[in-house]
Ligand binder design. Sequence first.
Ligand SMILES: *[C@@H]1O[C@H](CO)[C@@H](O)[C@H](O)[C@H]1NC(C)=O
Ligand SMILES: *[C@@H]1O[C@H](CO)[C@@H](O)[C@H](O)[C@H]1NC(C)=O
Ligand SMILES: *[C@@H]1O[C@H](CO)[C@@H](O)[C@H](O)[C@H]1NC(C)=O
Ligand SMILES: *[C@@H]1O[C@H](CO)[C@@H](O)[C@H](O)[C@H]1NC(C)=O
Ligand SMILES: *[C@@H]1O[C@H](CO)[C@@H](O)[C@H](O)[C@H]1NC(C)=O
Ligand SMILES: *[C@@H]1O[C@H](CO)[C@@H](O)[C@H](O)[C@H]1NC(C)=O
Ligand SMILES: *[C@@H]1O[C@H](CO)[C@@H](O)[C@H](O)[C@H]1NC(C)=O
Ligand SMILES: *[C@@H]1O[C@H](CO)[C@@H](O)[C@H](O)[C@H]1NC(C)=O
Ligand SMILES: *[C@@H]1O[C@H](CO)[C@@H](O)[C@H](O)[C@H]1NC(C)=O
Ligand SMILES: *[C@@H]1O[C@H](CO)[C@@H](O)[C@H](O)[C@H]1NC(C)=O
Length: 597
Amino acid sequence: MKISSPYQLRTLPAGLLLLLPLLLSESQNVVYAVPQTVAIEIPVPAKDALLRPLDKNLVSWSIQNRDLPIFARSKLLENLFKALSTNIATGQSVRLGGGESDKTTYGSDITITAKKFQSGYYGAQAQGNVTLGPNYFASFKEKYAPDTRYIWCLNLINTTNKFEAAISTAAGVLEYLGDELDLFEIGNEADFYGSKGYRDSEWDASMMLPEWNYIADEVIKNSPNKTVRFMAGGFANPAFQVTKDFDIPGIISAGFQSSRITWYSMHIYPQSGCSGAVTIAPLLEHNTISETLSNYIPQVAAAESVGAQFTIGETNTVSCVGRPGISDTFAAALWLVDYVLFAATIGIRRLYFHATTTGSYSPVIPIKYTLNSENYTAGVLPLSYGAYFVSEILSFNDTLLVTQIEGGNDTDYSSYSIWDENNKLRKIVFINLESYNSSTGGTNTAVPDTEVYSSKEARPSTQVTVATPWEAGQELSLIRLQGPGSNSKSMVNVSGFTLSEKDGLVTSNLVDTIIKVQENGDVVFDLLASEAVLIQYYSDVLANKHPTKSGSKAANSTVSGVVMRTRGANMSISPRLVLSVRLAVSCVLLSALLLFV
Ligand SMILES: *[C@@H]1O[C@H](CO)[C@@H](O)[C@H](O)[C@H]1NC(C)=O
Ligand SMILES: *[C@@H]1O[C@H](CO)[C@@H](O)[C@H](O)[C@H]1NC(C)=O
Ligand SMILES: *[C@@H]1O[C@H](CO)[C@@H](O)[C@H](O)[C@H]1NC(C)=O
Ligand SMILES: *[C@@H]1O[C@H](CO)[C@@H](O)[C@H](O)[C@H]1NC(C)=O
Ligand SMILES: *[C@@H]1O[C@H](CO)[C@@H](O)[C@H](O)[C@H]1NC(C)=O
Ligand SMILES: *[C@@H]1O[C@H](CO)[C@@H](O)[C@H](O)[C@H]1NC(C)=O
Ligand SMILES: *[C@@H]1O[C@H](CO)[C@@H](O)[C@H](O)[C@H]1NC(C)=O
Ligand SMILES: *[C@@H]1O[C@H](CO)[C@@H](O)[C@H](O)[C@H]1NC(C)=O
Ligand SMILES: *[C@@H]1O[C@H](CO)[C@@H](O)[C@H](O)[C@H]1NC(C)=O
Ligand SMILES: *[C@@H]1O[C@H](CO)[C@@H](O)[C@H](O)[C@H]1NC(C)=O
């Protein structure tokens, strides 16, 4: 944390700096260049105007349609989804979309087998085009059923036979995905069509509208038994670089507004990996994250002004499949947590993290592969643990709302308070984004090796004191998103929770650290540079289901005076522990009602 402090190393005379390694090694009690303490207060009640709802699918996924069958060749993505979905008590939302959407055609008579789709086969046409048939759906459907829900992006580029490609694909999607389909999109990043030559250079939202409406009308006409809804937008350019009228206020004025459009989306990658230099640093800068996302406040407002919701329909650390040494590090996991929580505080309901089968920005690498004649294994990347930590934040059986803790953020830290609908504080999240490099966990066999940095100093630690309205003596669960260093590519976990690199099953259960609310309502904890902490009532943890190793047992232990409780498959889910008086009363009423049925 770059808070000015009399102890900052860079304020020391240059001559002394040279001596530092010596000085440091000689004394165990050296004061390091970070604030040792942070004190913040959570005002009660939370200001309603600042609270924004947390969608259970806040972290969602974007995968090219032809890639999902390849992911289905191993259990990694399926079991990651299961772990996340157990916590949030709902399935994952997957957008099947990207550049390939606009190259996709469909035929009910195409006989390509499910196995062939799983091999990455593109179809009968030239490489780069995607031909789908009924077996395409069979190639992944059962793997993620029954809870995963899809958004399908239709081909808007191919105008042949009055958009036959889009309309026939929609028929196949509706026939085989059925109720698992949530929304259609029409066209991927259509703001590029003019400059890429798919349309005239003057093509704008008002010229797009009749084409978009024609496809939507036809899809609805062919689907008498299902109410079809759409997500409009899906533009590539960020909100601060809009071309023509290709953003949400722009398309709404052009006429993209109707009861069938329930969501609007834009795409953003904070760094471009297609060209130019990218670095790990911006992943660990809260101010960069919040400034980038704040550009979307008018986009959210526009969507909400017509009764719809706004989502980042495609995103990740670095565009163009990510960058080894950046996207595949623990920094990406910490970034994800701050990125999605800040997004939620400004009304962005969901963020779809783009994944490819071998991209370093993917949560898992599903199968072994060869790249530039090097061989890599399948595996789990740190981003998965960022997503898992968020699923712990979202785990609650009712609506949660979020706001930033005022005074609880700076360049390299940030914090959030999370409330229930009765304006009761439920959870606190504190993210320490200060960089710390470690040679431990510096490689991951699923991704290319990059230079391993190592910080010479001891890892800084900060004591955080949060003034809360919580009742003195209450037992709290504290869990950590942790890893050896922000540059680490492996050995990351959430309080001991790990997933198997082979099949994504839980290999080690989460261990809650139990702390207590102090006499004056303060909650006090330590955290290291590059670490995030989630605190909530332990009784709330018990009230919700969590993924655990099958057959494992819950257990208590005390480690140097600190009480630790391991979650287990047989952990007692005890509703009585969490019943407030109000809930208890409604339960009695409910039982009374049931007696009359
Ligand atoms: C896709 O197929 C069409 C028609 O067969 C062909 O003209 C086009 O070049 C193909 N696209 C790519 C990227 O190969
Ligand atoms: C466009 O769609 C038609 C089907 O309507 C298909 O035959 C043709 O190959 C597609 N063109 C491209 C470039 O994919
Ligand atoms: C719609 O449902 C009816 C009644 O279940 C069925 O007969 C009909 O085939 C369905 N239509 C389509 C297009 O699925
Ligand atoms: C990669 O795997 C292939 C096939 O197993 C093997 O022939 C090749 O030697 C391996 N390459 C390296 C660099 O290990
Ligand atoms: C911290 O958050 C507040 C809003 O709560 C914002 O005004 C301020 O700019 C943020 N500071 C930093 C350094 O991000
Ligand atoms: C860690 O290494 C990165 C280079 O990847 C560097 O930018 C950063 O400043 C280093 N952090 C520390 C604390 O030395
Ligand atoms: C989790 O990470 C911490 C900190 O890096 C480490 O001490 C611990 O051994 C890890 N636990 C597991 C189960 O990997
Ligand atoms: C659950 O775990 C506890 C503690 O390890 C053990 O005593 C109990 O027998 C287990 N119950 C079942 C049903 O396995
Ligand atoms: C752990 O300790 C708590 C509090 O003492 C107790 O309620 C719980 O049953 C214990 N759990 C196990 C698995 O022993
Ligand atoms: C949440 O869980 C508690 C305890 O199990 C229960 O009493 C309450 O009714 C649940 N609330 C909802 C909205 O399901």
